[in-house]
Ligand binder design. Structure first.
Ligand code: GLY
Length: 336
């Protein structure tokens, strides 16, 4: 066996290269990443990834396409009012508006995106239609809403009583602290196990094709009109069907500054394993920000051969993985 080539059999395990290898016989060698396992797999951020993965798996396990799986998967948290950082019931901006960001990307590097979209429960499906039905990549605000309604989406109130209550309490706390002096203070809603953000999902189908999706209500208490990394191709999500896919979670501004997900994929192209690629971009963010407390960003990556990995700045980021061998599992991400 060449020293550049490794074969790892029949288990989900943490590889010597710092990445996880999917169930089944997986192989890789730098420069031959177009190999794949023929074993579908779906991975997604945070524990809301578990039910999302289950919906995606239904499609993958029946021989469906990764692009359909990643759309169906993230629609689960989008519709769940208890997931306070995605879709319906998501925390509003500082003025009390729920504004949603989402994007989707397929194996042909076709992509669609919506940003600052209000009143539509499934921004991911609007993003899919931007991809499928328009010559554009991104629609924002009123234009995105108009497009969605023309496509038959129903206008809904996405602000649940619980979200409104949460928003009022954040506002009260900030006002009490007289912290509304700059946006730096305003955006420090800590992203943790108890206060998730984005769902990013990456899938590999039985044909060996990769796709990804990403959807969020964005940073709680953001300025109205603020757009994070999640709808930005290359920042919150990137897919290169020859190499792999990556997505991000955490403070979007820092992800955008690094072109985070595109960089993770590019590092994998250059031979870095998924976890090490994620770690490298996390380290660049840390370097830029010094010892800033409570700054959380995490990346998740899936390579063409089914290997996956993650890395975050702070403890507490986790992700869900579903494959045939191991079922649906939640894994704690390594952190800096
Ligand atoms: N990562 C989600 C956001 O910053 O909006």
């Amino acid at each position: 066996m060449s020293s550049r080539r490794r074969f790892i059999k029949n288990t989900t395990l943490y590889s010597a290269f710092g990445g996880f290898i999917a169930a089944g016989e997986a192989s890789y060698a730098a420069g031959s990443l177009s190999k794949h396992t023929n074993e579908p797999i779906v991975i997604s951020t945070w524990n809301h990834g578990l039910p999302a993965n289950a919906a995606a798996w239904e499609i993958l396990n029946n021989g469906g396409k990764a692009i359909d799986a990643v759309e169906a998967g993230v629609k689960v948290p989008e519709a769940d009012p208890n997931v306070r950082s995605v879709g319906y019931g998501g925390y509003p901006d500082r003025d009390g508006n729920v504004t949603l960001d989402a994007c989707i990307m397929d194996e042909n590097q076709q992509c669609g995106s919506v940003a600052c979209l209000e009143h539509i429960k499934h921004p991911i499906s609007v993003a899919r239609l931007v991809m499928d039905k328009t010559p554009h990549v991104m629609l924002v605000g009123e234009g995105a809403l108009e497009f969605a309604m023309n496509q038959g989406f129903k206008k809904e109130n996405l602000l649940t009583p619980e979200s409104l209550k949460g928003w009022r309490s954040i506002r009260k706390e900030l006002e009490t602290k007289k912290a509304i002096v700059n946006i730096e203070n305003e955006r420090q809603t800590i992203i943790s196990e108890d206060n998730h953000d984005t769902i990013g999902m990456l899938a590999l189908d039985v044909a060996g094709n990769l796709s990804g999706s990403c959807t969020t209500s964005g940073a709680a208490n953001k300025l109205h009109g603020r757009v994070g990394d999640s709808p930005i191709i290359g920042a919150g999500l990137f897919v290169d069907n020859e190499i792999g896919a990556a997505c991000a979670t955490g403070l979007g501004e820092e992800v955008i500054k690094q072109a985070g997900s595109a960089m993770v994929v590019e590092l994998m192209r250059n031979g870095r394993d998924p976890e090490s690629a994620c770690k490298e971009i996390v380290q660049r963010i840390i370097k830029t920000n010094g010892a800033k407390k409570d700054l959380q960003v995490g990346f998740l990556a899936l390579r063409k051969d089914g290997a996956y990995g993650a890395f975050s700045i702070l403890k507490g980021f986790n992700f869900a993985v579903f494959d045939a061998k191991n079922g649906n599992k939640l894994i704690d991400s390594p952190f800096s």
